[in-house]
Each structure stands twice: as C-alpha cells, then as structure tokens.
Ligand binder design. Structure first.
Ligand SMILES: [Zn+2]
Length: 630
C-alpha cells in the first residue's frame, strides 16, 4: 500500500485498503459504496422473492403479482419458446403505414405500443403552477448515451459501428437477409443523425428550468407538420389543450427537417430497429445478451447478469412501490425512522440559521428562502400505502413476458395521460423504499430518503454522531441544498418557477455559482475531463451539505472531525471500470466520486484545523479561492 497522507488525498487515505480488496462483479460496472449496498439489498430481496414464491404466501396482491412476474421472467425455457415473435408482432403495425397520412391515423396506437416516435408526449406537473398538470412534448432520443458523443466523428463512428454490429445480429434472428439488415441499419443511422443534430445534450438538460417553454398548441402543431398533433392530442386526452410545454425548442424548430414525407421510410426503419433493440431484454436469453451488449461494452461490464437477477430487477421495477414498502416495513425500524427524523429537523433548523446569517441575500430574499425551507416536505423511509395505479397493474399470465411487460407499460402510460385534468399528488414518493439513493424534487419542494440508504456507512444507530453527520447528515444537507442550487433557486416554496430574488441578490449568487463552476471545470482525471457547468448543481449541493453539517459539528460537544471527514470520504468509496467512469463524465450531473470526497472539504476552516493542512499539502486551497454558498 502506498503511503498516502490525509492532507494530500482524503479519499485515497481513507479508502485505500477497501479499494484494494474490492472486486467489481462481472455483471456490474462498479463496486463499493452505493453499489455494494444495492447489491446486498438485491440479494436479500431475491431471497425474499424466492421464499414467497415457494410458499405461495404473499403479503398482498401487489407482491403476488410482482412474484408472478419474477417467476415468468426467470423462466428461460419459456422465453426461448416465445423467441423474438412477440416483439415482431408488436412492430407489425409499422408495415401498414405507407405514408404520413396513415401514420397520423395510428399515432396513439404507436405510442401505447411503445414504438419509438419522432415526438414524445407526457403529462407532468406544470412548473409554473405545480398544483396542476400540463402536457409536455419532447424530441426523440439518440442511440448513443448523449449527443456530445456525436461531436467527435471518430468516436461516433466507432460506437455506432459497434451498436450496428449487435443490431445486425438481432435483425438476423428476426429473419432479415444481409441486404435487408444493411438497408435497415443505413436508414436507422441516418435518422439518428438527424435527431442528433438538434436534440439537447445532457449538459443542456441539466439546466432543467429551461425545459419550461409554454407555447400555443396551434403554433406547435404547425411546427410538427406533417405529424397531426391536434388529432393525436384529441385521441390521447379527448380535447386539444390550449397550451403545451415544449422542452426542446431547437428540436421542434427544425422538426420538419427530421420528419417529413421524404424521411418517413427512414423514420419507419429507425423505429423498427430501435424499438426491437429496446425490447430484447424481455425475449430469449440470447436476445437479452445481444440487447445489452452495447451498454455493457460502453460501461466495461464483462458479463450479462443472471436470469434471476434480471427477473428481480424487472419485477421490483414494475412494482417498485409495493416492493419498497415490503422492504421498509420489514427492514427499517420505527426507532431508526424517529432518529433520522430528528437529524433531518436539526439540519433544517441549522440551514435556517445559516440563511439568517447569510451575507449575499437581502432581508426580503432571506424571508422567502426561510419560507421555502419551512414548507419543505420530508419523506423518510417508505410510504405508508401504495398508489392506486398498482391495483391496475394486472396481467394475463398465459402471455409472453414481452407482451406482459408492454401491457403493464401501456397501463402506466394511460394512467399518466389520465392525470391531465387532475391535481398533482404531493404525497407521491419519487423513490421506493428499497432504492439506495435520495433526492430533492424542485417542483414539489420535498426531499425523499428511502429506507435503503439509511444504512452504514451512511447511517447507523451504532455509528458515532460525527460519522452519521459526515455520512447521511451531509447527504441530507446535500438534498436540502438542491432547493437553493442554480436550478432550485428559481422555484418557490410550492415548487413553482418563480423568481423570488432581487437583482442584486441574483448577481451575488451567480458570482458564487461561477466560482463553483471554475473550481471543478477542466480537472483532468485518467478517464477524461470534468465539465464544471454540467456538474455545478451537484457541486453546490455537496458544498451546502458539508457547510450545514460542519456547522452542527462545530456547535456540538464531544464530536470528532476526524470521524466526520473519514466517513464523508467512506460513503464515496467506489471502484469502477474506466469505461464507466468515462461514460459518467458525459452523462452524469454528479462529479466523479473521488472529487466529491476531496473537493468540498478544502473550502472549510474545519478541514484545515482538523488535520493541520498547510499550503504545501495536496488538499490546500488558498483562502481567496474557498467558496461557501449556503
Ligand atoms: Zn444531488
């Protein structure tokens, strides 16, 4: 082991031994931290599913369905018997569409069948009036993980070539001749290139308030011709809403170039190929392997996951809330829930105090920030009931797995469309209880901490208070900070897009945001370069999470900063395939784990005091460059 000093590299100092011993499983891109916890929960729940299936003793109807789906998805012989046929049957409708005119007669059907479309429609909370829903319209997705991959021609051609190789094998299984395969793929890549020209990059999506572009429906209908938008909306909703939200204005401005009578054949072939590839996981094992091969290559994963693991992931995803509730009730005690509630309340109170003392905001803005904090909803552990939709997720067991899952997705889509005229449900949980993650929902103004993350190293009744503050405490502070990051600061206490800042406040705030972008931008890692703008919201949140928990630490007796910082570094411990790290740099708004561990501390005096960090140390930052926002 190398002789690393904590003052130079907190992350490696703390995790060195663990990183040497960690082994990345063959079917995963990472190990350690979040991944290890998720794998453990998965193992535990697969055991639960197996024993429920064996005894046929289910806690409720939802879990009975989840277990049935699990059993069917695990049955490789059954899937082999159905082969590729169910997917081809679903795609047969495309053959009937000769022109855009006939396409327009079937757009609703195409959507409900899960066939790739040049536009995507969904109902979501209206960002300016989050009590009500609105219709959102979005473009199609590109084949590669992000449009940024298309900028470098060499990389683009290499990756699309690799993808085409797998697609060709799938098309051959579907019965296409060599020439047919080549023609289908040529069209697919040509249509993909049209989309890539105008689709948003992940960096653009990360400024999510820019999704809100309300437009008169008549105007949008004119932009997407020859697609008959008004007919489609009438079919979906029974009427034409006056206004819709265009999330990708550039794509729709240029829509006519992407989709028209001349590109229609191309669209059809693209839709056929990408939809077929997307459904492979639900077909035979051979097809599941081929369908996931590109993603595995991109992330450096060596092997396809077992049929059992895949079946569990599918079932726990389709029935996520009932599975999360089952996990939470069985494995997360009331005592832990009470303890964690106390920690959250203390963090909120400390945040409030810090806003009062904040030097960038004027009084009126501070009052609004405090109001926003006081109205923040807390969802800790797991919900006390499952949503109504789960009673509708019933399926015909005699059908193929493909047909079952597509029928369940259809029910979910119909349920989503039916929400348009209903008020939003603020009691909805954004994450299920068995998920190792946490989030802040800017359009509801609430935080969600599923039971699964409330475990060591994040949290334990048996860990010291300092460790819990460096672990779950800082993560709670992180999520709360999202209410005040460069996106969240644009929404008010009800989650409505609403500017509650004065000009002067905004200027001071943006200066700090820019400083944070600079702090990360251009950092070179073995797998690529960090994009400071893309990751700024997460970096502000990490900084805020640390500021508020260090404040609590500094005002408490008998705490240990060594334990605090060590556990902060421990939660980010991760061994990952370099291919995966490179992918994350392009598609993940979070910075790389080693930076999440090592960058925030150097902004705080507690770090320098705890370890006597000096100018000559690796994790020293000149006082003029240190940033604390919240
Ligand atoms: Zn975050």
């Amino acid at each position: 082991m190398e002789n690393i000093r904590i003052q130079d590299d907190l992350y490696t100092y703390v995790n060195q031994a663990k990183l040497e011993e960690l082994v990345i499983p063959d079917d995963m891109p990472t190990a350690g931290g979040f991944a290890t916890l998720s794998t453990e929960i998965e193992k535990l729940m697969i055991g639960e599913f197996n024993s429920m299936c064996e005894s046929a003793d289910y806690p409720n109807e939802h879990m009975a369905r989840a277990c049935t789906l699990y059993t069917l998805a695990k049955d490789v012989k059954r899937k082999k018997k159905h082969g590729i046929k169910p997917a081809l049957k679903n795609l047969a409708i495309l053959k009937k569409l000769g022109t855009t005119r006939s396409f327009n007669l079937h757009t609703k059907e195409l959507i409900l069948k899960g066939i790739a479309m040049p536009i995507n429609i969904a109902v979501d909370a209206n960002m300016k009036d989050t009590v009500h829903h609105c219709v959102m319209i979005q473009g199609a997705s590109v084949i590669l993980p992000d449009v940024s991959y298309y900028k470098n021609e060499e990389q683009r051609d290499m990756l699309l070539g690799m993808w085409s190789g797998f697609a060709k094998q799938v098309l051959a299984i579907a019965g296409h001749s060599e020439e047919e395969c080549d023609a289908l793929l040529k069209d697919t890549l040509a249509f993909d290139a049209l989309i890539a020209k105008y689709a948003k990059s992940q960096e653009e999506w990360s400024e999510y308030t820019k999704m809100y572009n309300p437009m008169n429906t008549g105007r949008v209908a004119g932009m997407v011709k020859p697609l008959n938008l008004k007919k489609l909306l009438t079919d979906l909703f029974g009427f034409v809403p006056e206004e819709i939200i265009v999330t990708e204005p550039r794509y729709f401005k240029n829509f006519k170039e992407i989709f028209n009578q001349d590109t229609f054949e191309m669209y059809k072939n693209w839709a056929y190929v990408v939809t077929l590839m997307e459904g492979c996981g639900l077909l035979s094992e051979e097809l599941r392997d081929l369908g996931g091969a590109f993603r595995r290559a991109l992330t450096g994963v060596a092997a396809v996951s077992s049929a059992e693991k895949y079946a569990y992931q599918l079932a726990s995803n389709m029935y996520s809330e009932p599975v999360g509730l089952y996990y939470g009730e069985k494995y997360f005690g009331e005592e832990a829930k009470k303890d964690i509630t106390d920690i959250v309340k203390q963090i909120v109170a400390t945040y409030q105090k810090r806003i009062v003392n904040n030097d960038i905001l004027e009084q009126a803005t501070k009052d609004k920030a405090i109001l926003k904090l006081s109205k923040m909803g807390l969802k800790l552990g797991y919900p006390d009931r499952v949503e109504e939709i789960y009673s509708k997720l019933v399926f015909d067991e005699s059908k193929s797995l493909f047909e079952i899952v597509y029928s369940l997705r259809k029910i979910r889509m119909e349920d989503n469309f039916a929400k348009l005229n209903k008020e939003t449900d603020r009691t909805h949980w954004a994450m299920p209880g068995h998920m190792v993650n946490a989030c802040y929902d800017p359009f509801v103004n609430d935080i969600t901490f599923p039971a699964a993350i409330l475990q060591p190293p994040f949290y334990s009744i048996n860990q010291t208070r300092s460790e819990n503050l460096g672990g779950i405490g800082a993560v709670i502070g992180h999520e709360i900070s999202h209410a005040f990051d460069s996106n969240g600061a644009k929404c008010d206490e009800l989650g409505n897009l609403n500017n509650w800042w004065t000009k002067a406040d905004e200027q001071k705030f943006n200066k700090k945001v820019n400083a944070m972008i600079k702090q990360f931008d251009g950092i070179e890692l073995p797998w690529g370069t960090v994009n400071g703008k893309f990751t700024v919201s997460e970096n502000i949140a990490d900084n805020g999470g640390m500021a508020v928990t260090l404040d609590i630490m500094s005002n408490s007796e008998g705490v240990s900063f060594e334990e605090y910082f060590a556990n902060w570094a421990r939660v980010w411990c991760q061994k990952a395939k370099p291919e995966y790290q490179a992918l994350l740099l392009q598609v993940d708004v979070h910075g790389p784990n080693c930076l999440r561990a090592n960058m925030p501390p150097r902004n705080f005096p507690e770090w320098y005091d705890a370890f006597r960090v000096k100018k000559t140390d690796g994790m020293y930052l000149a006082p003029s460059k240190r940033i604390v926002i919240w």
